[in-house]
Design a protein around this ligand. Structure first.
Ligand SMILES: [Zn+2]
Length: 133
């Protein structure tokens, strides 16, 4: 019997990226984001189910970017951090808001923001950022 979803892979990736849907191993309780195909701890004994993360966590480590890649020059300086989610997984993302609050352990929450724009009247790309709270 196949356990593969009939939902196209692109949509599943979209869902994971924009809605913070990971998965959880029912055997050991470990939560994964992005979702893992198997639980590396339990392997064949693991049973994974979809898990909605709250989108809250704290800054594990961060760096301020002063030299941006092409297309991002107007935004420097900006902050990229590894966020440790309350549920355990760590994610990489941009931190926004009052950067004077920036510190290891500072609380953040996921917000849906413009990432970049293609040209003057181009397509606007959205994604998750992390706002200091
Ligand atoms: Zn497991």
């Amino acid at each position: 019997m196949s356990h593969r979803s009939s939902v196209p892979l692109a949509w599943r990736r979209f869902e994971a990226r924009y809605r913070l849907v990971g998965n959880r191993c029912l055997t050991c309780g470990t939560i994964y984001f992005p979702p893992n195909a198997i639980c590396p701890k339990c392997r064949r004994k693991g049973k994974l189910e979809k898990y909605q993360l709250k989108g809250e966590g704290k800054i594990h480590t961060y760096t301020i970017i002063h030299a941006a890649p092409s297309g991002f020059e107007k935004r420097v300086p900006y902050c990229i951090a590894i966020i440790e989610l309350d549920e355990g997984p760590k994610v990489l993302g941009e931190v926004v808001g009052d950067l004077t609050l920036l510190d290891i352990g500072a609380r953040v929450r996921a917000v849906f923001r413009k990432i970049y724009e293609d040209g003057e009247d181009g397509i606007i790309h959205y994604g998750l950022k992390w706002e200091l709270v």
